[in-house]
Structures are given as C-alpha cells and as structure tokens.
Design a protein around this ligand. Structure first.
Ligand code: GDP
Length: 442
C-alpha cells in the first residue's frame, strides 16, 4: 500500500488524541514528537519536518482547538491541511500551449522510469483526444530508441527517430517540424538519462531546451529513492528550471519521503504519479486526496473517478437487477470480478476506502490470492455449468479442481457459498417485495 509505514505511524500518533475530551499543550507536544519521528523515518527532508510540526503545533494549541468539543479531531484536520499544503495544495495540470503543438521535454536519471512514463503520458493524452508524437533523443544507449519505439507501438502513438548518428538538438528540431506537418498537437521529447548527474547530460538537455522552448520540462523521479530523488530534483531545477515532477513507483513506496519533500524543497509541483508498470497507471497528483489517504480518511473522489472510467454503468445496472431477482450466475460473478480487477490492484483500491488502513489490509493479503483461485475455478467450468451450477457432479468437481490448479475442497466451498448467497438474495428480494407492499421500503 502506498505510504503504508508512514500512514500507520501517523495514524497511531494522532489516534491517541482523539479519545480525549480535553487536550493539554503537553498532549500535543507528545503527539508532535511522534509525528516528527514518523516523518523522519519516512525519509522526509528534516527542514521540511521541522517546519511542518512547528506549523501544526502553532495552530493546534490555539484557543479554538483546545476549547472545542473534539480537540483531537481538530488536530487531525490541521495535520491534514498542513500535509496538503506541503504537497502543493491543488492539482497542477499540464500547461498546454495556446497555439499547438505543446512541447514537453522529459528528463531524469536512468532507471527512474522515464521511457515508461513517456508512454504513459502519451496514453493519457490520447484519452484526452490529443494527438501526441514521441521523439527519441537518447542516442547513447542503442536500446533506448528501440524501447521508445516499442512503447509507442503499445500505446499506438507515432515515434519520431533519426537513429543515433545525429545531434539530439537536430533531432528535436526535425521532430517538431515533422509534428507540425502531421497535425501532432503534443510533442513529447525523451532525452538521454545517465546514472549520475553530469555536466554533459545537463548541457545537452539545456541545448535542446534553448532550441525547442518547451512548454513543460518534466523531471521523472523514482519515489523509492527518497531524499536522493529530492537532491536530483534540486540539481535539475537549478540547471534547467523544471516545470514539474512525475514521481514514479509510488505503488511500491511505503515511506513517502520524496512525495512529501519535493514541493517544499524545490517549489515545483508533482504533476503525476506512477502507480504501476502498466500504461494506464499514471495518475494526476492531488495533494488533498493524497493527504487524506495518508491519514486513513480514504480518497473517495479518486475511487469514484476510477470507477467511472472503468466500470460499465449499463452492466452494473443489469447486475443489480439480477441480484435483486436472485438470477445471479457464476457468469455474472466472473464479470463482476473482472470489473473489479479493472479498477487496479486490490491493495491500491482498498487504500482509497475511508477507514481502511494497513492493519485492515493485512487480513486482505490472502484475499487477492483467494480471488485468483475463485476466478480460476469459475473459468474451468463450462458455460452451462456457470449458468446452472447444480449440474456439477463429483467427477466434474474433480476435473474443475484439476483444471484450475485448486482442490476439490475449494471447489466445493465455492459452490456451497454461492448457493447460500443465492438463497440469501432470494430471501432479501422477497423481504423487499413484502416491505414495499406494506409501504415500508424504497
Ligand atoms: P528509464 O531508464 O528512466 O527510461 O526507465 P524505464 O522506463 O525503462 O523504467 C525502469 C523500470 O521501472 C521498468 O522496469 C519499469 O517498468 C519500471 N517502472 C516505471 N514506472 C513505474 C511505476 O510507476 N511503478 C512501478 N512499479 N514500476 C515502474
């Protein structure tokens, strides 16, 4: 889960304040000490931490909070506000050029996820009805051009390349001409990455920048590298003047140090975060939603957006009807599981539900595996069996267990649970009908 460790520690520290009817300055002090430790352990920049706890404390020991009926809740709200502010308050979107094409220069160190992010960004822009063009300006790694071409093919976006015999500045210039001629309204230039920041790398990107005059210079950073990422951001910003950051691999970042420090240290916004290796796993960065996720208050808006983008509303209505009339089959169940999968990995989804924290998640680790088994079992049934599971006899149960790599016990358990659930649905359906008749329901 994103920021799992940080989340757990902060929630523990603040949880101690909520049960109290009155708070003393000492209570706040103790909690702030724990908050400070949690943030330092999360690898947040120490100056940022110092400022943060100072701000929270100043606001928390004010009269309004101390004399309120729910002082603990008030402190949590202050922490939520300050976390949001720390990450930049509001989402900062891509600044599109008033007259296209918009030019986006991508930069970053090798391995940060630059090429993947370039593909994700192109995918994201295509969904907004843009016509992006990718440009291969990394001429030093022979595999880099090929990698970008593969990415382009996967997201179905054209890639402009001139091999590795030309100067990157010339390639960029030619690409823009090409893009203008072919109606591309966003041109995303992938530049070379190095293992460390060096003069040559910076000089080259600076040259490209001076010639193409990009609307955006996006620095791709690996969230897992914590304060190193922040240092890289400072260096690139000093030399190049970046316009924003894409923080990758947030899906594996239990600590959150980079995400919480970058804005405060560089004053440059995080525009997107990478939540996985797939092309649709790039998300706009919303500081307010991230703050409430860290504090276990969920991200309901994010969840709704995901659902709207991925769930077929018509199918959902049809399903509801079937459930109400207890005509729900294994076929529908499989469909539902797939729709849920479309929302993303289970642990990321759960983290967006209010009140769900890492402890609640621990119990769910098994579930992801179990869901996989359930899916495999249903897929091993014939269509007829899915519609009418009563016909599944013991020899078929054995075959299904073999086919799905599970055991007969698991198959039996699923069949039994399904039968029970249907019975219950039927009972609910009938109850609803009688209640309706009596005018007590719906
Ligand atoms: P580049 O050298 O900066 O171009 O890096 P690549 O784009 O080749 O990415 C390096 C590795 O990081 C690849 O294995 C990617 O799949 C992986 N990666 C990139 N972004 C993410 C992300 O948001 N989450 C995860 N889990 N992996 C990512």
């Amino acid at each position: 889960m994103v920021f799992e460790n940080l989340s757990e520690k902060l929630q523990n520290a603040l949880g101690k304040l909520t049960g109290k009817g009155k708070l003393s300055e000492k209570d706040v002090d103790i909690a702030m000490r724990e908050v400070r430790l949690a943030l330092l352990e999360a690898d947040v920049n120490f100056k940022v931490v110092k400022n943060f706890t100072k701000n929270v404390k100043e606001r928390a020991i004010g009269n309004e909070v101390m004399q309120s009926l729910t002082p603990g809740q008030q402190v949590i709200k202050i922490v939520n506000d300050e976390l949001t502010k720390l990450m930049g308050d509001k989402e900062v979107k891509i600044a599109f050029a008033s007259s296209p094409p918009t030019i986006i220069l991508m930069c970053g160190l090798q391995g940060a996820g630059k090429t993947t992010t370039t593909g994700k960004l192109a995918y994201n822009l295509k969904k907004q009805n843009k016509r992006p063009l990718l440009v291969a300006c990394d001429i030093y790694r022979p595999a880099a051009i090929k990698q970008l071409e593969v990415v382009g093919e996967k997201v179905d976006v054209p890639v402009f390349s001139m091999g590795n015999k030309h100067d990157p500045v010339d390639i960029a210039k030619a690409a823009i001409e090409h893009g203008k001629k072919h109606g591309n309204d966003v041109i995303i230039i992938d530049t070379a990455g190095r293992l460390h920041i060096d003069e040559n790398l910076m000089e080259e990107i600076e040259n490209i920048k001076n010639i193409v005059k990009p609307n955006e210079i996006l620095l791709v950073l690996d969230a897992m590298t914590g304060q190193d990422a922040v240092n890289v951001a400072e260096s690139f910003d000093d030399k190049l003047g970046i316009t924003g950051v894409v923080l990758t691999k947030l899906d594996g970042d239990a600590r959150g140090g980079a995400a919480l420090s970058i804005r405060a240290v560089t004053d440059k916004p995080i525009k997107f975060v990478g939540m996985g290796e797939k092309f649709d796993q790039l998300e706009p960065f919303h500081p307010d939603r991230m703050a409430s996720r860290i504090l276990g208050m969920g991200d309901v808006l994010g969840l709704i957006e995901k659902a709207q983008a991925n769930i077929d509303a018509e199918k959902a209505m049809e399903l509801e009807k079937k459930i109400r009339s207890a005509q729900f089959t294994f076929e529908d169940f499989l469909d539902q599981l797939e729709q849920m999968r479309n929302l993303g990995p289970l642990d990321q989804i759960i983290g967006m539900i209010p009140g769900m924290n890492s402890k609640a998640l621990k119990g769910l680790e098994v579930s992801e595996k179990e869901i996989g088994h359930i899916e495999a079992i249903i897929k091993s049934m014939t269509k007829k069996e899915r519609e009418n599971p009563e016909i599944i006899d013991s020899s078929r149960r054995k075959r299904i267990a073999n086919g799905s790599g599970t055991s007969v016990q698991e198959v039996n358990k699923l069949l039994k649970q399904f039968k029970e659930t249907k019975k219950m649905m039927k009972r609910f359906g009938e109850m609803e009908k009688t209640m309706k008749k009596k005018g007590k329901f719906g």
